[in-house]
Every structure is written in structure tokens, then in C-alpha cells.
Design a binder for this molecule. Structure first.
Ligand code: GRF
Length: 200
């Protein structure tokens, strides 16, 4: 599997994916790591590890389209089979998504379709749900809405804060993202309606 990673910040999901590949959990090459933020710890780490790390700073482009064109240019050269969004804080245009239909993955820190958008852990905490979790899904034209590949549940405890809940969800995110990529790298799948079905 040729894998590209897009991130904007901390990069713990990227690190978990990289570690799993390094440990031989699944067979993949990270062919590009792209950050729209020069100061993202995740892109510094990618560089230290010796991966192809690209800062494509959206603030240096006049338009959203021109920034995205540069991201697409780097991806076209890297030829990824799949693109993993790992805390990438930019919306992708419909044409970007169409170019990589069912090949772009995202991770979201709630059990979708509950609590899409920003601060999902805080939203879940404030709502008072007793279970939350995380979702790895294909990216479609709608926010946090594409077909679901893997979910993992996390109990909300009475003594939680939004921060302690987020920390426990993050542990499961790392497992879920690797699980999704293991499946995609080893099994065929089909999509029926919204359902992602892995074949034996
Ligand atoms: C994670 O909580 C992920 O679910 C969300 O953004 C955060 C990224 O964290 N999409 P990290 O940069 O992978 O540590």
C-alpha cells in the first residue's frame, strides 16, 4: 500500500500509523506527509524519521483552490493508493474528493453520525452521552459523513472531563486507524449504499 498522510498539528495518529508499519503490522510505504501548517509537530516528526515531508502553507496561497492544486500536485507525484487525513484541518473540494473517490480516509473523535464538526469530544461530553468513541470513514463531499470503515467505542465516566474523555478516545483512535489500514491493505472491499463490506 502506498499511503499519503495529510496533517495540520500534533500528528499522533500519523505517528501511530508509522509505528505500526515499522513494527510490520501491515505492509505500506508512507510516500508523502503533507502539512498545511509549517509549525505542526507532526511534519517535524515526519522529517526526523526521514519520510518525504512537505509543508504546503495555505497562508502562502491566494486562494483555497491554488493551495489545493499544490497539494494535488505533490500527491500526483507520490502516487498514493490511499490518503489518510490525520488531523488535517482543511476542507477538501468536491473535485479533490472525486479524484480519489473512496481512497481518502479521515478519523473523527466521535461515534458518527453523532457530533460531527469541531470539538467532538466536548460536544459528546456536554450532551451527556454515556458512550462515545471514534470513527474512521471514507471522505465524501459532506463533513464527517462518508461510509464508515471502523468504529471503536469509549465509555464516558462520571468523573470524566472533556479532556480526560478526549485522551481515552485518542488511544482508541490510534488502534482504529491502524485497524482500518490493515483491512484496506489486506482485503478487498465493496460499498453497498453507505455500508463498507470487507470480503473474506
Ligand atoms: C484527532 O482527535 C482526530 O480524531 C481529529 O484530529 C485529531 C488529530 O490528532 N480529526 P493528531 O494530530 O493525530 O494527534
Amino acid at each position: 500500500m502506498r499511503l499519503a498522510i495529510l496533517l495540520s498539528g500534533r500528528g499522533s495518529n500519523f505517528a501511530a500509523i508509522h509505528d505500526a508499519i515499522a513494527r510490520g503490522v501491515f505492509d505500506a510505504d508512507i510516500v508523502a506527509v503533507i502539512s498545511n501548517r509549517p509549525e505542526a509537530p507532526g511534519i517535524a516528526r515526519a522529517g526526523e524519521i526521514g519520510l518525504p515531508a512537505h509543508v504546503i502553507d495555505h497562508k502562502k496561497f491566494a486562494t483555497r483552490e491554488s493551495h489545493e492544486q499544490e497539494v494535488l500536485r505533490v500527491l500526483a507525484a507520490a502516487k498514493p493508493d490511499f490518503i489518510a487525513l490525520a488531523g488535517y484541518m482543511r476542507l477538501l473540494s468536491a473535485s479533490f474528493i472525486a479524484a480519489y473517490r473512496n481512497r481518502i480516509l479521515n478519523i473523527h473523535p466521535s461515534l458518527l453520525p453523532a457530533f460531527p464538526g469541531l470539538d467532538a469530544q466536548q460536544q459528546a461530553f456536554d450532551y451527556g452521552v454515556k458512550m462515545s468513541g471514534c470513527t474512521v470513514h471514507f471522505v465524501d463531499e459532506h463533513l464527517d459523513a462518508g461510509p464508515i470503515i471502523v468504529q471503536r467505542a469509549v465509555e464516558v465516566r462520571d468523573d470524566d472531563t472533556a479532556e480526560t474523555l478526549a485522551a481515552r478516545i485518542l488511544v482508541e483512535e490510534h488502534v482504529a486507524y491502524v485497524d482500518a489500514l490493515v483491512r484496506l491493505s489486506t482485503r478487498r472491499f465493496r460499498i453497498e449504499g453507505r455500508r463498507v463490506i470487507f470480503e473474506e
